[in-house]
Design a protein around this ligand. Structure first.
Ligand code: AMP
Ligand code: MG
Length: 357
C-alpha cells in the first residue's frame, strides 16, 4: 500500500497570522513532483514570483533525478552500461554527496541501493518480498567501488551492473534549491513542505517561529495525529519514517528504508527520525543542509537510537561540520529530542519525552 503523506508534517502556518499586513500578502501553491505532494508558501511582495520560480526549480530537478522517467539523468546513467556520460549539475552534486554520506555513515546511507529498492517494488509500486537468495545476490551489486565524477567535463560514471537511486536525498536537495530561490527573491517568511522535507524559511510574519507538526507514526491516517509540535525558524527539518511508504504481506509490514547491510527494511527500533539544521550553516563540509538532513534522516533510521545519537555527537564535535539536532520516535513509545530543539509533546499521544543535551 502506497502512502503519500501529504500532511504527515503539517505546517501550522496559516493560523495566528492575523497581524499580516496587505504588503505581506501570501501566496501558497501545491505541486505534485518527485512522487510527492508539496506545498510552497511565501509572504511579501515577491511571494507569487518566488513560489512559482521554486515550482520551476523543483520540476526541473524532478526531470533530472527521477528513476522512473527514462529521459532523466539518473535513468540515462543507470542505463549507460558503465560508460561515462554527461549530466546536469544536480546529479553531479548528489553523486558526490552520496559518496560522502556513505563514507560518513559507514554505509548506512547508500545511493547505489537501486537494485534492492526495485526488488522490493518500491520504485514502480509493484510491491513484493524478494527471496533471501535474490537479496544475497543483489547485495553484491551495491556499494559501487567504481563510481567516478569528472566535474570539469560534467561527466559521471558508475560500474556496469550498478545503479543509483536518489530517493533518500533528492527532496532535501530540492529544499536547498527552494531556499536559494526564496533568498534570490528577497522573501523573508516562507515555508516549503516537500513530503517529509520541511523548509522553515525565516519566521512567521508575526515574528514567531514556524510550527511543524510531527506525525505520530501510530496514526498515519490522521493528518492531525501529531506526536508533538516543533517550533523552528530558518531551518530545515526532514523526517524519515516507517509509516511513510510501506506494504503488508502475510500480516507483516515492509517499509521503504532499507538496511544496506541486510537488504531488508531497517529493523532498528525506530519509527521515525527527524533531522533539523539551520539554513545559515552553509559552507561547512556539507554546504547543502537540506540534502544533508535528508540523507542523515534515512541513514540514522538505519542506525537506530544508540548509533544515531553517537553519530550526532561525533558529527557536531567537528567544527567544519554543519551541526544538526534530532527527534527520534522509538518503537517502545519514547520521543527523544536533542539539543535546544523547541519541541512540545502532544500530551494525548501517549509518548514519553526524553531530552538529550
Ligand atoms: P527517505 O524518505 O528520505 O528516508 O528516503 C527513503 C527512500 O530512499 C526510499 O524510498 C529509497 O528510494 C531510498 N533508500 C532506501 N533505503 C536507503 C538507504 N539505506 N540509503 C539511501 N537511500 C535509501
Ligand atoms: Mg532521506
Amino acid at each position: 500500500m502506497k502512502r503519500y503523506l501529504a500532511l504527515f508534517l503539517l505546517l501550522a502556518l496559516l493560523t495566528g497570522c492575523g497581524s499580516v499586513s496587505p504588503e505581506k500578502a501570501h501566496e501558497s501553491i501545491q505541486v505534485i513532483a518527485m512522487d510527492t505532494p508539496m506545498l510552497l508558501t511565501a509572504y511579501g511582495e515577491t511571494a507569487t514570483k518566488a513560489v512559482y520560480a521554486a515550482e520551476d526549480v523543483i520540476r526541473e530537478l524532478d526531470a533530472q533525478l527521477s528513476r522512473t522517467n527514462p529521459e532523466s539523468d539518473v535513468s540515462r546513467l543507470n542505463a549507460a552500461g558503465g560508460q561515462e556520460i554527461q549530466v546536469g549539475k544536480a546529479l553531479q552534486i548528489l553523486l558526490g554527496m552520496g559518496l560522502d554520506c556513505a563514507a560518513a555513515t559507514d554505509g548506512a546511507f547508500d545511493i547505489t541501493m537501486a537494485p534492492i529498492i526495485s526488488a522490493w517494488g518500491f520504485t514502480e509500486d509493484s510491491f513484493r518480498v524478494p527471496d533471501p537468495s535474490e537479496l544475497e545476490t543483489l547485495l553484491e551489486s551495491i556499494h559501487d567501488p567504481g563510481m567516478t565524477l569528472v566535474t570539469a567535463r560534467d561527466c559521471v560514471q558508475i560500474t556496469e551492473g550498478y545503479s543509483v537511486d536518489l530517493g533518500g536525498i533528492a527532496k532535501g536537495y530540492a529544499a536547498d534549491r527552494v531556499a536559494e530561490v526564496f533568498e534570490e527573491n528577497g522573501v523573508e517568511c516562507a515555508t516549503a513542505q516537500l513530503g517529509g522535507n520541511v523548509l522553515a524559511w525565516g519566521s512567521r510574519p508575526d515574528g514567531d517561529p514556524w510550527r511543524i507538526g510531527l506525525q505520530d507514526p501510530n496514526r498515519p491516517d490522521n493528518p492531525e495525529g501529531f506526536a508533538g509540535v516543533l517550533a523552528l525558524s530558518n531551518a530545515f527539518a526532514v523526517t524519515s519514517g516507517d509509516y511513510q511508504r510501506f506494504f503488508e504481506q502475510d500480516g507483516k509490514r515492509y517499509h521503504h528504508i532499507i538496511d544496506p547491510a541486510t537488504g531488508y527494511p531497517a529493523d532498528s527500533g525506530l519509527r521515525s527520525v527527524t533531522v533539523a539544521a539551520s539554513c545559515e550553516d552553509v559552507g561547512g563540509t556539507f554546504d547543502l543542509p537540506g540534502a544533508m538532513c535528508d540523507a542523515f534522516s534515512t541513514a540514522l533510521f538505519v542506525m537506530g537510537e544508540e548509533k544515531a545519537l553517537a553519530f550526532r555527537d561525533e558529527w557536531n564535535a567537528a567544527p567544519s561540520n554543519t551541526p544538526f539536532d534530532l527527534i527520534l520516535i522509538t518503537e517502545d513509545g519514547r520521543v527523544v529530542v536533542t539539543g535546544d530543539l523547541d519541541f512540545t509533546l502532544d500530551e494525548e499521544s501517549g509518548y514519553v519525552l526524553e531530552t538529550v543535551s
